[in-house]
Design a protein around this ligand. Sequence first.
Ligand SMILES: [Zn+2]
Length: 145
Amino acid sequence: MAKATVKLICATCGQSFEISKICYNRTDANNWEAYMSDRDDCTCSECYKKAKQAEREAEKQKFVEDVYSKLPLPQIEGVSEKQVKYAEDLRIKFVHTYEQNEGERLIKSIYTGRFLSDEKRAEIAQLIKTETSARKIIDALKDIV
Ligand SMILES: [Zn+2]
């Protein structure tokens, strides 16, 4: 075993950072170091995390827009912007769960311990199509999504 370490400059923020890898032998380690040194597209862990986070948020935003373009969900009314936002997030989460395939949904149900009968699911689907009260939406969804 040989440890390869290389100092790189982050392509995003310009900070220098180090990365290491355990290789099978010294030759492999040297090859990896040489290969990494030639790259100019590496980002530090901080920038990588930020980029991933931005990616996830963009995906979520796209999903939300997609939902609203396909489902004419009513405008939610609540006592505060925060409450409305919470109700909206729960509503989107519910749609997201039921947009997943059967297998993913099952895994999530086992993981969270939250199982919904078909009747209950239909009832909630009906509710989110018509309900405008943030409080009622939160009450219906907070323990199941
Ligand atoms: Zn960086």
